[in-house]
Structure formats: C-alpha cells, structure tokens
Design a protein around this ligand. Sequence first.
Ligand SMILES: Cc1cc2nc3c(=O)[nH]c(=O)nc-3n(C[C@H](O)[C@H](O)[C@H](O)COP(=O)(O)OP(=O)(O)OC[C@H]3O[C@@H](n4cnc5c(N)ncnc54)[C@H](O)[C@@H]3O)c2cc1C
Length: 507
Amino acid sequence: MSESPIHDIFIIGGGINGCGIARDAVGRGYSVCLAEMSDLASGTSSGSTKLIHGGLRYLEHYEFRLVREALMEREVLWKMAPHIIWPMRFVLPYAKGLRPAWLIRLGLFLYDYIGGRKLLPPTKTLDMRTDPAGKPLKPLFATAFEYSDGWVNDARLVVLNARDAADRGADIRTRTKVTGLRREGDHWAILLEDQRSGAAEEVRARLVVNASGPWVDSVLAGPLGKQGVHNVRLVQGSHIVVRKKFDDPRAYFFQNRDGRIMFAIPYEEDFTLIGTTDRDYKGDPHDVKISETETGYLCAAASEYFAQPVRREDIVWTYSAVRPLYDDGASKAQEATRDYVLKADEAGGAPLINVFGGKITTYRRVAESMLEKIEAHLGKRGKPWTASAALPGGDFFKVGFDAQVENLRLAYSFLDASHARRLTRLYGTRGHALLGKAQSVADLGRNFGADLYEAEVRYLMEHEWAETAEDVLWRRTKRGLHMSEGQRQALDEFMRGVSAQKSAAAE
Ligand SMILES: Cc1cc2nc3c(=O)[nH]c(=O)nc-3n(C[C@H](O)[C@H](O)[C@H](O)COP(=O)(O)OP(=O)(O)OC[C@H]3O[C@@H](n4cnc5c(N)ncnc54)[C@H](O)[C@@H]3O)c2cc1C
C-alpha cells in the first residue's frame, strides 16, 4: 500500500468548478489536492463569452431557478473580485420580425426584479436615432432596450481561485493527469501522471470530486473504468475577435433570424468579441476549433446589425470551447439545460461526486452545494464563507477601481496610465507585489512587447503556475492579441530558458 498521507478531498480538473470547490473546501478546513492535466483554465473555463449573467434567454426555457441564482451572484462576484469582474450594460436592439417587444419587456422586467439587484442600474428603453449606441448599427433598429449584467475575465477567475486555495493550504498540481482511480475500502487510490516528465505517482483521498468539465464522462469511463457512461452533452461554442467595431462601452445583444442570440462586446481595449455558436461536438475538447461554417455564421449574423459588415478578413483571433451540458434529452443544442447537477457515484465505498454542467456565473454556488454533499460524507467543518471573502487582488471597494489605478501610479510613477490600468485589471492590489521594488521601467527587465515585461512573466511563473508562452499570452493575460509572432516566440524561448534553469537547480 502507498505511504502517502490521505487527503480529505481530491479534485480532478483545474477549471472554474474544480478551483472554486478547492478554495471553498480548504477554507472550511478540509485538506485538498487538485490535479489539472494541462494548464489551469485550459478547458472550457477560458473559452466562455465571459459574462456574469442571469441568462436572459434561459427565461424562454423556464429555467427560473438557474436565472434567479445566477442574477443574485452578479453583485456577490463583483464585490469579491472588482478587478476582474465589473458591470456592463447591454443594448438589445429591437425590430419587427424578431421577438415581440412585449415579450422582451416582460423578460427584462423579471430580470430586473427576481435577482436581488442593488447597485446595478435597471432596464431602460433607448431611442437609437439619438442614442450613441445606435450609431454603428443599421438605421432599421430605431428602438432598443438597455439592461445590466456583468463581465468577467474567466481565465483569471480560475487562477485566482486556485491561488487563494493554495494560499490557504491546498496542493494544486498542474500538468498532472489522473490516469487511474481505485477504491481501497474507505479511501481512494489515485494514479497521477506528470505530463512534463511522464513520472507516475499514487496519492490517496477519502473523497474524490470529478470536476473535469467536458471530460467528466471520459474520466468515469477511463480512469474509473465504468461502462456505458453518458451524462453530458458536448456542445461547441465559438467566438471571433475583430478590430473594434464601436467606441461605446456598452455591449450588444443581437437576436438572430434562426431564433438564437449572440453578443458583440467591447474587448481588450482595441477589439470587439462576437459570439457564440451552439453545435453538438464529438472528439477531444482540447482539439476544438472554429469551423468555416461557424465563422460564416457569426460574420453574417453580426452583419445583419452593424452598418459596416463584419468580414472574414477583419478577424484577428478566434477561440472555441465545449460546454459540458447535463444531458436532459433536449433535441436542440441551444435548448439543453444550462443548470448544474451534482451526482454521487452509487457504487458504495469511498465517495465520488461528479459535477455535470454549470456556468462560470454559478461556480461559487456549485462549490457551496458540493460542500453540502461533502459534509454529509466527511462531517461538517467550517461554514459557507466565500460570499464575503475577496479573491487575491480584489480587496478594494467594488466601485473603487479607478482609485486603485491611481494608487499604483502613485507608488510606481514611471508607469504610464494604460499600463497601470492593465496591471490593475489583471492583478488588482497584487500589482504592488508584482512590481516589487522597481523604481523605473528598466527595473522591470526585458520588454517582450505590448507592455509585457520580464517582471510580470516571472510573477506569473512563480505565483500563477504559468509554464508556457501560451499560458501567459492567452490565459493569464491576453497580450497575445497585441504582439507579433516574433515577439510571442521570443517570450516562448525566454520561458523555456527559465524553466530549464529551474529544473537544473532542482536536480
Ligand atoms: C462557448 C461558451 C460560452 C460560455 N459563456 C459563458 C458565459 O458567458 N457565462 C457563464 O457563466 N458561463 C459560460 N459558459 C459556461 C462555462 O464556461 C462552463 O460552464 C465552465 O467553464 C465549465 O467549467 P468546468 O470547470 O466544469 O470545466 P473546464 O473549465 O473544462 O475544466 C475541466 C478541467 O479538467 C481537466 N481534466 C480533464 N480530465 C482530466 C484528468 N484526467 N486529469 C486531470 N485533469 C483533467 C481539463 O484539462 C480541464 O481544464 C460558456 C461555455 C462555452 C463553451
């Protein structure tokens, strides 16, 4: 038998659900180990539309429980992490032939009142002939409704949950794949494989949480060896990023002719994010890519609204991800429930609890529900605590973002305004730890382009599990959008060098 200590909880998957559960559990006093086979948030949790939203469209599917819970989370999450989460206003243009105005008004009325809104402003009607939101659109959209939801930097939300979990004592292992799961009486033996070295290791835990998102069934079928598993429906969603189509800080909510909806959102200062699609997916979720048909669909649907069409040649980046939707037998991909379901494996012996479905918006509530189930097996420890505890860097007043930017500039007067703003958006109050004793730009080390300096890269490698250029360019930051291929390669070489030095020092 292995000699390793027995953790209370072992979590498979470093997406938003796994990291959120790890943080909540360790904060209540359980010992926690989490394994992520690739980078944190490399699965679905960096490929979302990045909205903290109730989901106006889900009202059409009568998902009132989910919508209410998600709406209530908007202001809770904003308060926990005001650097990476903030309110956004959405403009929903209306024209004849789309959903009737009375139906939209009714939906928005419910949206305003079922979700415990405090600081977020209510819905209003816009005259698009005079409102600046009408300017980039075709003149046929004379009226619109404007409502509130929230924006989140999804990949950073995952990393900050992992960081906080680790700061509280959780063992977070990235590039570590779970390859075997075996019940040994009252505990689990979990076989791990280091994806860098190929080294195998066995660890033990009293309870396993399967939070592997779109891989949830393959974990049950592979490492656990279960037959005939089918709990989730895999639904691909893709986005395109184009040079910015409008200056307004508000986002657009477009209704498509096929009854679907999509968003056009101000993104990373210079861009517009457009998405998403919905189509059933087969294959490994890590290989998912936008198809030609989806690209054409997004360009055509957005061009129905914008006065200047969205062309394929305008696209500067695309990304795709796979939704792990709980399979409730819905016939169409867009009709499958967005709600989450937590289900224990009934085989007896040491418990295994699976997470099926869910949204970024409800991750904290998923963790709280999971903790109720965990308590039933392992006994109660602490109380629910995450609703009022800031995530790393988020310990400032939720409407105080601009003051934080000024604080950083006061401490580091060599930073220009946009650099200080970017660092505050990503790291909040931890920007000070990142910049350390720097007194000039030269103290930040090598400049890889687009404001990305060695000091930031080293901080991400030391404190946020970044190992490759991709982790830094496309998940911890989105600097990849602003840098040339040559600059991205130089970063890759630099990070390989740092990793090699670290391995040599460890030997
Ligand atoms: C296109 C799209 C748009 C969306 N938009 C929104 C939105 O705007 N707002 C919102 O609230 N929600 C949105 N969602 C939903 C949300 O993104 C997902 O519900 C959420 O990210 C799922 O998180 P997860 O942790 O369950 O899965 P994941 O993020 O996929 O995490 C699972 C992790 O498990 C790891 N893993 C798998 N197998 C193993 C193994 N054997 N060993 C170790 N690790 C393993 C994977 O590498 C992966 O990182 C969207 C989803 C999609 C696809």
